[in-house]
Design a protein around this ligand. Structure first.
Ligand SMILES: Cc1cc2nc3c(=O)[nH]c(=O)nc-3n(C[C@H](O)[C@H](O)[C@H](O)COP(=O)(O)OP(=O)(O)OC[C@H]3O[C@@H](n4cnc5c(N)ncnc54)[C@H](O)[C@@H]3O)c2cc1C
Length: 473
């Protein structure tokens, strides 16, 4: 008989939380903890928007734990020291966590497990992050999948755990009423000022708002297939930040979607599988974190062009579709998937700038910024990753805008300079006759930037450079 610790990381919820449910069933009570690791504020992927989302979600988790009779304890520093120390203080034999598959998390958890074991205690991992457990999805030869479609087929048939019961009552262990609760990190330590707070708050941190959004998304998912590529109406689920912080459970989301029969539901479930896929990829190919999965593209010559990179980041490329996306990212800490693909293609295949620059910029701003998802998608966009699309597939932002934002709803929302241009010139302001530009208060080079590069010449250069690189192995 001994009490248990539940160590929350990115599973900030009471509902369907296997680690919490297991700890709650410990005979001698449970202590809940979150540990602020130094890398959160200062690491290579530190992000004030996500930190603001995290603090708000932790506040709500603490309230929910209190309502069940417990509370959230806060610790600061290296989890390999802090977690074993807490377990020792309360005499817990087990520390329950939901397994994470990203590179840092696996390294950290190995260190914590080993420190606990040195003291005769155990780190117990549960399956609370994905829909299906990555270790159970293997090719016929028993290896990892590298291509999405076969992974998806195997994923559909992979075993699923039951949903975990939500604990009604959490009992603190005897004699721990004086246990130091600790305080959350301060906003200033986490780099948070007014803007990130506003951005996080507008999105909806915490379990209550995550669950509301999940219900709305599932109720409306019959339309998902038809609407998901249109950033103007903005009708994707916007569940990615809630999924990243685990304020909702991917497994529960999948269960709710699977109960619907529509084509939209099927498409949405497949999309949710991409998240499991990229968690699977980083788990099996941790080297992707820093280098191209496809070794033929390692050492590729990228342009060193800080001015163009800054223009891309700030939404001043002179291409409305690209600028709209980049400005949405800065304003909302989120960008529509259709536009993410276009801006990533533009950076890597028109500006020929290293995908790692884009990856880092996204991580610095995205509320859903997640190493596995971001790295996987950036490598997909740069054609260097698993699931090789033809390396010569390059998104044309003009065609993309005409196809997915035909009435200019999205571009006009984010690029006010082009708002008054007639629809037929909205994707290519630089081609509008001078009098049309004047009439629309959008004189290119004056009111709105000239395009940074010629889209067709830069595309040809990218094809040549990618081709040379591929041929040189
Ligand atoms: C360059 C680039 C970088 C990206 N970086 C991230 C990231 O850091 N974090 C992140 O969560 N997503 C990332 N994505 C994937 C995708 O853009 C977002 O998951 C999606 O836009 C989130 O919006 P939503 O919740 O409304 O998605 P919906 O369309 O409603 O989809 C539902 C859920 O399915 C999953 N999903 C959908 N598309 C993808 C995808 N392409 N890859 C993986 N999972 C997907 C997400 O969990 C999403 O919340 C990136 C995509 C690109 C092209």
């Amino acid at each position: 008989m001994s009490p248990a610790v539940v160590w929350f990381r990115r599973d900030l919820r009471m509902t369907d939380n296997p680690a919490l449910a297991a700890a709650a069933s410990a005979d001698d009570g449970v202590v809940a903890v979150f540990c602020f690791e130094p890398g959160l504020a200062t690491g290579r992927h530190g992000c004030p928007n996500r930190n603001a989302y995290l603090l708000a979600s932790l506040r709500e988790l603490d309230e929910n734990l209190k309502a069940a009779g417990s509370r959230l304890h806060h610790r600061h520093g290296d989890p390999a020291k802090e977690i074993p120390r807490l377990a020792a203080e309360i005499g817990a034999a087990k520390v329950h966590v939901n397994r994470d598959h990203t590179v840092h998390a696996r390294r950290r958890d190995r260190a914590v497990a080993s420190a606990l074991a040195d003291d005769g205690r155990e780190l117990v991992g549960h399956s609370g992050l994905t829909c299906a457990e990555p270790a159970q999805i293997l090719t016929g030869e028993g290896g990892p999948f590298r291509v999405f479609t076969p992974f998806y087929k195997a994923w559909l048939n992979a075993p699923r755990r039951d949903l975990a019961p939500k604990p009604r009552k959490l009992r603190p262990p005897e004699g721990t009423s004086k246990l130091e609760a600790g305080r959350p990190a301060s906003e200033s330590d986490m780099g948070i000022d007014a803007a990130p707070k506003r951005i996080a708050e507008a999105d909806g941190p915490g379990e209550r708002r995550g669950r509301e959004r999940m219900r709305t998304a599932v109720d409306g998912c019959s339309d998902y297939k038809r609407m998901r590529d249109l950033p103007g109406p903005d009708r994707t689920t916007r569940l990615s930040p809630s999924l990243h912080f685990g304020t909702i459970s991917a497994r529960e989301l999948e269960t709710l979607i699977a109960a619907k029969r529509s084509e939209g539901a099927k498409t949405l479930r497949r999309q949710v599988c991409w998240r499991d896929f990229y968690l699977n990829v980083i788990r099996n190919f941790p080297g992707n974190r820093t280098e191209e999965y496809d070794e033929r593209f390692r050492g590729m010559r990228w342009n060193d062009d800080p001015d163009s990179l800054a223009a891309w980041k700030e939404g001043r490329t002179g291409v409305p579709w690209i600028d709209a996306g980049m400005r949405q990212l800065l304003a909302e800490g989120w960008m529509h998937n259709r536009v993410r693909m276009a801006v990533a293609s533009y950076l890597t295949k028109n500006l020929l700038i290293d995908w790692r620059e884009g990856e880092a910029h996204f991580m610095h701003h995205l509320l859903d910024g997640d190493e596995s998802q971001n790295n996987g998608n950036w490598q997909w966009s740069a054609s260097t990753g698993v699931d090789p699309q033809p390396y010569f597939r390059i998104f044309n932002p003009i065609r993309q805008q005409k196809r997915f934002d035909p009435d200019g709803e999205y571009v006009r929302r984010w690029v006010p300079e082009v708002r008054e241009l007639p629809d037929e010139h909205l994707a290519t302001p630089w081609e509008a006759p001078e009098e049309v530009q004047k009439e629309a208060n959008c004189v290119v080079g004056d009111d709105y930037p000239e395009p940074l590069v010629d889209l067709f010449e830069s595309r040809d250069e990218a094809l040549a450079r990618y081709g040379d690189q591929r041929g040189s192995d």
